[in-house]
Write a protein that binds this ligand. Structure first.
Ligand code: BEZ
Ligand code: FE
Length: 324
């Protein structure tokens, strides 16, 4: 407690405070926060926020500009656009949170950013179901593999929630020509833990740059591109769900992903075949195609309750829908 701020249980108003006094006074005002974790977070936030303002000697004009940017970001958010996730991702904050939360992979599949383009309600698909049924341009691709536990045993009945851009680099929600859901599906593993997804080759694409995040990237000399990838949330009863991607090994943006999400273990070979594999032929694929193999390994659910990413997504989507 800073000197002179409390006397006899009452806060004493200081009329002229120094830069350091004000930080101490704000910390003192929050120091009775009952929830210990909230207290740790809010006190840490104040310390770092004040230190940041002092370090860069933020001007009033810059402070107003920051408020303007955040206001604009809020106004852009809807059930189809989440500018704050974009800020978090492009500033690397999402990956710091991810890395802290998953410090010891223990052989389990590594996680990466969730991103802003997941949508609820994607359809249940049979093995080999085509998530790209309206994409007639992309190269047909089969992604196959197993969902395993840490001992390598197959997990039957695991659910894979999959999403990807179309071959034009747009998610369905960004493409005015596409009504409803496209490039999305939920797949369930069979008794051997196997899954099989039909799609088109993932392409690299720029993240949305027509808002404040785009302005930030431009002003700081950064490009908005993400390497080609497919998104997954893989979940099974009794296991920790993993939010992840698989990336195309040949992509030119693996080293400079706009959202810092590439991990070596998630890079995958998309193998070209001049003629369809027998499995592809049975699915009606003709002509050149690609196959990719990736096994997901889940760790057992821990004792601590996990934040359910899809639950968080449900709340964000509801908030976004109210903004429409
Ligand atoms: C995505 O891969 O969908 C994505 C992730 C972070 C920011 C923007 C897009
Ligand atoms: Fe993506």
């Amino acid at each position: 407690m800073p000197d002179g701020l409390k006397t006899g249980g009452q806060e004493k108003l200081r009329r002229s405070t120094s830069e350091d006094d004000i930080t101490a006074a704000v910390l003192a005002r929050f120091s009775a926060t009952p929830d210990p974790r909230l207290k740790q977070i809010i006190l840490g936030l104040i310390k770092h926020l004040h230190a940041f303002v002092k370090e860069v000697e933020l001007t009033e004009a810059e402070w107003f500009q920051a408020i303007e940017i955040l206001t604009e970001a809020g106004k852009m958010c809807s059930d189809k656009r989440q500018e704050f996730i974009l800020f978090s991702d492009t500033l690397g904050a999402s990956m710091v949170v991810d890395l802290i939360g998953h410090r010891k992979p223990e052989g389990a599949t590594e996680s990466t950013v969730f991103g802003p383009f997941h949508r609820l309600g994607s359809p249940d698909m049979p093995p080999g179901g085509n998530i790209a049924h309206r994409d007639t341009v992309g190269v047909p691709t089969l992604v196959a593999g197993r969902v395993l536990d840490l001992d390598g045993k197959p997990i039957a009945g695991a659910l894979l929630d999959v999403w990807q851009t179309q071959s034009n680099g747009l998610y369905d929600s960004q493409d005015a020509g596409v009504a409803g859901l496209h490039m999305r599906g939920k797949f369930t593993t069979d008794t051997e833990g196997r899954y099989l997804i039909r799609t088109v080759r993932p392409v690299n694409y720029p993240i949305p740059s027509d808002g404040p995040v785009g302005a930030m990237l431009k002003a700081t000399g950064r490009h908005p591109w993400r390497p080609a990838h497919i998104h997954f949330v893989v979940m099974a009863d009794g296991y920790e769900a993993v939010t992840t991607h698989i990336f195309d090994r040949t992509d030119e943006y693996l080293e400079s992903d706009a959202v810092f999400a590439v991990k070596d273990s998630l890079i995958c070979d998309f193998v070209r075949h001049a003629t369809p594999t027998p499995e592809a032929a049975t699915l009606g694929i003709s002509g050149p195609m690609l196959t990719a193999e990736f096994d997901f390994v889940l760790k057992p659910a821990g004792a601590a309750a996990q934040v359910d990413v899809l639950d968080a997504q449900r709340r964000l989507a509801a908030l976004g829908a109210r903004a429409n």
